[in-house]
Design a protein around this ligand. Structure first.
Ligand code: AMP
Ligand code: TRP
Length: 351
């Protein structure tokens, strides 16, 4: 029997290259090795301000993107979190085995607290007394869902007894918390949940056009997967930041410190990676040429996705059917796990 794999993304709009290489491509590469379940986590998405009217569209878009990128519904289960009520039910159970202190250490919570309490983003650990009380004050202003977000994530994974969780680097802490929650539950009530572990993609952190931040929609340094080829080439050649040493065409650079070269390592052949490194070091090629090559490769690799995406857009019922089918399978697994959980908790009264 194959081990279970679980992962998910929020329906926050068009996916970008970071989501593609950091999550989706990794998911697709694991399809045959595991029993795969992929979730569109809409209940997670309501923890920050969002456009209510556009939510349905974003959910269908997310599913369409998954399928168009190569997540074959015949080889994986794809579903929407709110179609399976047991996610929030199990999250409540997990709330009662999770220490507040551990949730307060979650870096995503701290970052979002800073962002949504209208404060400046703070990445470092909450350390001194002063910083601590400032943090607590900010935390008092954000909604509790933002705080218990990782508990719902643990419920997502463990409801299906997921063991492999492919995510980007920023989610590793949440998967580790999930493992702690499973252990604590098992120790207190008896063995139900397996140990899960994060599976990092070969590119767990793709940097954005600005070369200083990871590619992210909220920063605006991203390239959506749906960008037309000419537009990808135009944006990369104009906006991608390359090595500052190469002010003029004849100035040599240090490829290891250039984000355009880093992108070559992700999107180009080994020969092209070498060409970019040599050309940069010797000033044999210009940054424009180097960017153009990687942009063409990105645009070319996205071609099958673009085609499939257009095909799916013409068949909206197909995506709805895939999601309905996925929800049906997931509700069955989820109901069985919750039955087991309630039995361990002493909540079945001999039923
Ligand atoms: P998000 O777009 O932050 O909701 O993330 C969805 C998934 O894509 C998560 O598994 C992230 O870890 C992954 N991801 C997002 N941005 C990047 C990036 N720049 N590089 C690698 N992975 C990413
Ligand atoms: N928190 C994840 C993110 O922001 C999304 C997510 C929710 C998830 N539940 C999950 C990822 C379960 C993996 C497994 O990207």
């Amino acid at each position: 029997m194959k081990k279970r794999l679980f992962s998910g993304m929020q329906p926050t709009g068009a996916l970008h290259l970071g989501n593609w290489v950091g999550a989706l491509q990794n998911w697709i590469g694991l399809l045959d090795q595991y029993d795969c379940i992929f979730c569109i986590v809409d209940y997670h998405a309501i923890t920050i301000p969002y456009d209510v009217a556009g939510m349905e569209r974003r959910i269908i878009d997310a599913a369409s993107d998954y399928i168009a990128a190569g997540l074959d519904p015949a080889r994986a289960t794809i579903f929407v979190q709110s179609d399976v009520p047991q996610h929030t039910e199990l999250a409540w159970v997990f709330d009662s085995v999770t220490p507040l202190g551990q949730l307060m250490r979650m870096t995503q919570f701290k970052a979002k607290t800073a962002q949504f309490a209208d404060m400046e983003e703070e990445d470092e650990q909450v350390a001194g007394e002063e910083e601590r009380s400032e943090f607590l004050e900010k935390a008092g202003k954000v909604n509790a869902g933002l705080f218990t977000y990782p508990v719902l994530q643990a419920a997502d994974i463990l409801l299906y007894k997921g063991e492999a969780v492919p995510v980007g680097e920023d989610q590793v802490q949440h998967v580790e918390l999930t493992r702690d929650i499973a252990r604590r539950f098992n120790n207190r009530y008896g063995e139900v949940f397996p140990e899960c572990r994060p599976l990092l993609s070969p590119t767990p952190r793709l940097m954005g056009l600005d070369a200083v931040n990871k590619m992210s929609k909220s920063i605006g340094n991203h390239i959506p997967m749906q960008t037309p080829p000419e537009e990808i080439i135009r944006r990369v050649t104009r906006e991608a930041v390359s090595d500052y040493r190469r002010q003029r065409r004849q100035d040599p650079g240090v490829p290891e410190e250039c984000n355009v070269h880093a992108w070559h390592k992700v999107f180009s052949t080994p020969a092209e990676v070498e060409w970019s490194a040599q050309g940069c070091r010797s000033a044999g090629i210009g940054c424009f040429e180097c960017k153009k090559k990687v942009a063409e490769n990105i645009a070319g690799q996205l071609a099958p996705y673009r085609e499939k995406r257009a095909e799916i857009a013409a068949r909206p019922d197909y995506v709805r059917d895939v999601l309905a089918e996925g929800a049906k399978r997931c509700r069955e697994i989820a109901a069985a796990t919750m039955e087991e959980v309630r039995t361990k908790l002493g909540l079945t009264r001999g039923r």
